[in-house]
Design a protein around this ligand. Structure first.
Ligand SMILES: Cc1ncc(COP(=O)(O)O)c(C=O)c1O
Length: 467
């Protein structure tokens, strides 16, 4: 396809996108939650021969686009799905246009160098400039896995050849609110979930540090090997932030690697009223942050930040010939990825275009909007709002004192399902204190008070239909 044709197709594609999101109607943002319905709509013949772009685009518009959830819409408040931003989307196009692959420094020098630059910028953004080394990954799950991998690399430099055979089991400590990617990393790294100690939290959903110390002491006396502590700088459930200073002191006392999961919450460290909440994070050995969450970069973009990177993999096959090892940054010496997409470009575009000041204002606005949502829901009869919501996540539930706990529980479970089926807003469910809650995440700076009010109306409609 020549450049002229590409431009024509780009314009045609743009028209389709505009039709999809440009209207003023409030059509559902979730298009279908029925897998069979989607599978049926996708049924077409195997594409054995070429087709015109117009026909391909037409089929995209009729078969695929109708099922794209509009997570860029201000009515979307599910999981921790950031809205992204359109500059980042343009950067994605540019990246793909040049089809860069950072598998080796010389295969895309700019991908490697820009990765290092944006890592420095991210460190600067979260006001931890000494954490100016690291690696970009696909998401927080991969970054948490990398954090554990770096802890192992630092503690056991010989593991590359010998594995961990004969070692006493290693123990990793975190709170029971820590993201499940850590549990999964235990499985993927062959460490075993039985060796992850999930410590109780207080009523603010923050790790009980006295319980943590007890657990470490017990493991030592049982002949096990404590390896690392994982602190939370913004949990997935409620946005709670652990006492990062005390965790740092405990890590130091027991000589443990200290990793902080700030995948979601870390950008809030820039806000004056929250700064002290993050005190102690500067003592971490590794920190993660997801630009694709609260830095509004499009998926996928996560980052592991370190002061020093423990070299994790020391070999290079012949076909990845390096004349002068150590002279250039080779990302594959630290991570399992070889082919590597040019993630840094969309972070560079986003940070340059918006600037740190405006990105901080966006974070502040999301918190303001979640506080407004809390205020509105608190005024609703029979709705209980979880009072601890320091960032932009809010949990609430239906709780009518005249109903039994089972009846209230089934209303909340049904409400989660009904909201998804109606598709006018998208929020999800979780469990707090053993009960089902509805959970909202705000990460879209275009949201207005009217959007919040619309969300409350929809929630009220759903509850009214269920009681
Ligand atoms: C605190 C935290 N850590 C890690 C993750 C995993 O991130 P990802 O979905 O990008 O893998 C999440 C996801 O929501 C999270 O909230």
């Amino acid at each position: 396809m020549n450049l002229k044709e590409t431009k024509v197709h780009l314009d045609q594609t743009w028209e389709v996108l505009e039709r999809a999101v440009g209207g003023s109607d409030k059509s559902p943002i979730l298009r279908s939650n029925d897998p069979d319905f989607i599978k049926k709509a996708l049924q077409t013949d195997f594409p054995s021969m070429e087709d015109s772009f117009e026909k391909v685009l037409n089929e995209f518009e009729s078969q695929i686009l109708p099922f794209l959830n509009l997570n860029t819409d201000t009515r979307f408040g599910a999981y921790i799905t950031g809205s992204g931003n359109k500059i980042s989307a343009l950067a994605e196009f540019v990246k793909a246009f040049f089809n860069q692959n950072g598998l080796k420094w010389n295969n895309s020098p700019i991908a490697s160098e820009l990765e290092q630059l944006v890592i420095q910028w991210i460190a600067e953004f979260v006001q931890l400039p000494e954490f100016n080394k690291g690696i970009l990954t696909s998401g927080g799950s991969m970054s948490n896995l990398m954090g554990i991998h770096f802890a192992l690399a630092s503690r056991f430099p010989n593991r590359e050849m010998n594995g961990f055979y004969g070692e006493k089991p290693f123990i990793i400590y975190c709170s029971n609110q820590t993201h499940s990617s850590v549990d999964r990393a235990m499985v993927f790294l062959g460490l075993g979930r039985s060796y992850l100690r999930k410590i109780d939290v207080n009523d603010q959903f923050e790790i009980k540090t006295d319980k943590l110390k007890e657990a470490i002491r017990k493991d030592i006396s049982d002949g096990l090997q404590p390896l690392m502590i994982i602190g939370n700088a913004g949990t997935t459930n409620t946005g709670s932030i652990d006492d990062l200073q005390t965790l740092a002191e405990i890590a130091k006392e027991f000589n443990l690697w200290y990793h902080v999961d700030g995948a979601y919450g870390l950008p809030a460290k820039r806000l004056a009223h929250l700064k002290t909440e993050f005190s102690g994070i500067e003592h971490a050995d590794s920190i993660i942050i997801n630009p694709h969450k609260w830095m509004y970069v499009t998926f996928e973009a996560s980052c592991v930040l370190l002061k020093e990177i423990p070299q994790a993999i020391h070999f290079s096959p012949d076909y990845l010939f390096t004349e002068d090892p150590g002279l250039r940054w080779e990302s594959s010496e630290h991570t399992i990825e070889l082919s590597k997409e040019f993630r840094a470009l969309k972070i560079w575009f986003t940070m340059k275009y918006y600037g740190a000041k405006q990105l901080t204002d966006f974070v502040e606005l999301d918190i303001e909007m979640i506080n407004y949502l809390a205020e509105l829901l608190e005024n609703e009869e029979n709705v209980v709002v979880e009072p601890h919501h320091p960032l932009s996540i809010l949990c609430f539930r239906w709780s009518d004192p005249n109903l039994s706990e089972e009846e209230n529980e089934s209303i909340n479970i049904a409400a989660v399902r009904s909201i998804e089926t109606r598709g006018n807003i998208f929020i999800t469910g979780t469990k707090l204190h053993g009960k089902t809650y509805l959970r909202v995440y705000y990460g879209n700076p275009e949201r207005t008070k009217q959007d919040v009010e619309f969300m409350v109306e929809e929630i009220n409609t759903v509850f009214a239909k269920l009681i």
